[in-house]
Every structure is written in C-alpha cells, then in structure tokens.
Design a protein around this ligand. Structure first.
Ligand code: PMP
Length: 414
C-alpha cells in the first residue's frame, strides 16, 4: 500500500510500468511458440504451422482494377470516415455471400462490418463478458478466440467433439455441471464448418439439437464461420444462424475467401445486439476502413467472385489430398482428420510423444507445425498437433511430412 492508499503491485525490472497495468492485461499472453515461429518462417523451413491463405492464387488484375475504380469513382468516400456499421453497398454483397450458407432471412441492417472477423469477436466478447464468466467452446478451439476471451478475464470451458463436430450430450452435461457450480455461461463459441484446428464439420443432424440445447438454457450461440465456403466436395450444411436468427450471432470474413490483407469481416446479429455492436465499433475505431470496404465491394460487384472461390477450393483440395496421402505414406502409425474443406488437419500422436517438446527438433529438421496445446485452455493437447495445408505447395507438403516422419520416428526410437 502506498501512503495515499493505492495498492502497489510487485515491480518488474524489464518493465517499469508493470505495476500499473489493468488486471485484464494479464490475459494478453504471447503464444508460447511464437519465438519458434520466427525461426520457422525461414525459407528453408516447410511451415505447416500458420493459417495463411494462398493469396497468390487470386486474380491480381481484378483486384487492381477494383482498387483503381474505387479511387476514380469514389475517391472522396474511400478516403473519408464512414459509418460505424459499415458501408451499405458492401453489406448488400455480404447478404449474397451469406445466402450461399443458407442465410436468407437477414437484412442489410442486421450486419455490422469489422476489421476482420477477429475484431467482431472482440466486440462480442466486450459486450458480453465480465471477469469470471464462462464461454463454452469446442475441444480444441481457435487459439485467437480464446485469447480474446482471456483478455476479458473469462474462462473457456471445453465441450467434447468427434468426427461430426460438437457432441450434443457433452454440451448438455457441461452446462448442467457448470450451472450446478453456480457459474455464469455467457455463450457457446463454435466453428461449425471445417473447424480450426480440428478440421471437422458439425453434421446437419446435430445442428438443430445444439441450437435447441442453447435456446432452452438461454445461452447465446456465437457462430464463427470463416471457412464455410471452402468445401472440397459437398457444401457444408446450412449455417446455424439460418435456423435461429434470434439466438445466434454469426461471424463472417473475407480473409479466407478473398484476402486477409483487406481486414474485412462482419457480424450478423439480432437487432438489439447489433445496436450495441455498432456502439462498440464507434467507441473503439469510429468506423472500419472505408477504403478496404469499398475495394472489396467493387470487387464483388465486378468480378466472378463465386468462380474465384471455386478456384481456391481447387487449390486447397489438391493440397489437402497431398497432405493426407503423405501422412498415409510416411506416418501410418498416427491418426488424423480428413477434412472436407478449410485449411487444417488435426493429427493425434501416440501418448509417448509430446508435440510441444518435439517442436524444436522439428524445426531443426526444417519443418514446423502448431502443437495441440495452443488450442486448449486447460493444458490438454500435448499428444496432438495442427497441420495447415493452405500455404505450401503439394510438393512442399510432401517434403514437410517426410521431415515430420523423421522427427516422429526419431522420438519414438528414444
Ligand atoms: N475465426 C477463425 C476460426 C479463424 O481461423 C480466424 C483466422 N485465422 C479468424 C476467426 C479471424 O479471421 P479474420 O480476422 O482474418 O477475419
């Protein structure tokens, strides 16, 4: 305690301001594997770690012409502040995109654009989470969302999933246990399609059941769907939002279907929540980038964006096949998910292997992956890893998996 009664926290030699940080800043933890990823970005390393879309496959000339048209025809608007809710023309295009996910019961007024869907995630968390609140999420879940929830001092409680996605019975039981403990559950965060990191899709049969469980327990559903249109054969089942407009906040993004550099995503929310999201956006950023939104909107007006997403599907399908084939050839002793879309394969290792402890050895062998522990809030995941097939070429993927086999076999011989 100082003389004026202000409690003092322990200092820190490296940061003189340490004692002044808000409690929530303790949740801003750098990923344990960030340092290794810096090494893994060396060109000689095959990185199966990140989730970077293969933007080189985009029709660069069409994007350049959208950019030029924007400046020529709408320069003063593009260079100006805009509305906190987002540019209306873009929001109309977003309705067309979401119709492909079965969402036909929405209006442009219900959409709020954001700086990537990551920011919409942050705004939803800011609106709903108090310290100590619980967010339910699949086991495993998206590392970037768990970081957001932690930054609002909420706890993530995982719910089991299998090859058909979140398990309804496990959801029911988890809710009952938490309620029995007097915990406050604020929402279910779920990635129903081509899950990051698990690679699985919530089956059509389970979707109404999951919604019904949440509805009857008065738990909001936060549906995060950046990969939904990137299917390899069958399209994903209709979005949860299409079945329950009042109980679901839906998050979408142009990062995976177009390019993450635009940083354009959105939330589709029930009326009252949408109003609060606009206020959150206005207070945080005044308005999302007019420029980015207009270029994306121009691109969607003029280009064959459906055909371009189809081209992406072809690229990613080929890479996924290369990865699954190479796993079968070089690492038949492991098991893995075989996704029908998206960017990721989830690999389960024998219990004697620890993916985090094995990573430095992998990087020495010039291959990188993300250890499973990154995707759990409760320390699980040591015997699993996420492999991304989105960025490396099929040939690089084969080389990477062959190197990984050297690492795994080396560890198993110890
Ligand atoms: N949700 C999931 C599941 C993701 O994988 C990502 C990006 N890796 C995001 C949200 C955030 O994407 P963005 O902010 O680029 O839209």
């Amino acid at each position: 305690m100082t003389s004026d009664g202000v409690p003092q926290r322990a200092g820190n030699n490296l940061d003189p301001w340490y004692a002044n940080y808000a409690d929530r800043a303790a949740g801003f933890a750098a990923s344990e594997v960030r340092a290794l990823f810096a090494v893994a970005s060396r060109p000689e390393v095959v990185s199966l770690a990140g989730g970077m879309p293969y933007v080189s496959a985009l029709p660069q000339e069409l994007i350049t012409s959208a950019f030029e048209r924007t400046m020529r025809e709408q320069g003063p608007v593009a260079l100006q502040y805009g509305s906190g809710q987002g540019i209306p023309s873009l929001r109309s295009h977003i309705l067309e995109v979401m119709a492909l996910e079965g969402i036909r019961n929405a209006s442009v007024d219900d959409i709020v654009t954001s700086t990537g869907s990551q920011q919409a995630l942050d705004f939803v968390a800011k609106l709903f989470l108090d310290p100590g609140d619980v967010v339910l999420a699949e086991a495993p879940s998206y590392v970037g969302a768990m970081g957001v929830f932690r930054s609002y001092q909420a706890s993530v409680v995982h719910v089991a999933m299998d090859d058909e996605g979140l398990i309804p019975e496990a959801l029911r039981e988890t809710i009952a246990v938490l309620r029995g403990q007097g915990r406050r559950i604020k929402f279910l965060y779920t990635i129903p399609n081509f899950h990051n990191p698990a690679g699985v899709t919530l089956s059509a049969a389970r979707r109404p059941e999951i919604l019904e469980i949440c509805r009857s327990n008065e738990i909001l559903v936060l549906e995060d769907n950046p990969y939904g249109l990137l299917h390899f054969d069958e399209p994903a089942p209709n979005a949860l939002r299409s079945m329950d407009p009042e109980g679901v906040v839906y998050l979408g993004s142009f990062s995976k279907t177009l390019a993450p550099g635009f940083r354009v995503g959105w939330a589709l929310a029930p009326h009252a929540i949408r109003e609060k999201l606009i206020l959150a956006a206005e207070s945080a950023i005044l308005s999302p980038s007019s420029f980015s939104q207009l270029v994306v909107s121009e691109y969607l007006s003029e280009a064959d964006w459906r055909g371009q997403i189809d081209a992406f599907r072809g690229v990613y399908r080929e890479r996924k096949e290369a990865m699954v084939e190479a796993l079968g050839e070089y690492l038949p002793q492991l098991s893995w998910t075989d996704p029908n879309g998206g960017f990721y394969v989830w690999v389960t290792l024998p219990d004697v292997l620890d993916s985090k402890q094995m990573l430095p050895r992998a990087v020495r062998e010039l291959v990188a992956y993300t250890p499973g522990t990154a995707f759990f809030a409760d320390g699980r995941g040591r015997h699993a890893m996420r492999l991304s097939f989105c960025y490396p070429t099929p040939e690089q993927i084969r080389v990477g998996i062959r190197r990984l086999a050297t690492v795994v076999n080396g560890e198993l011989d110890l």
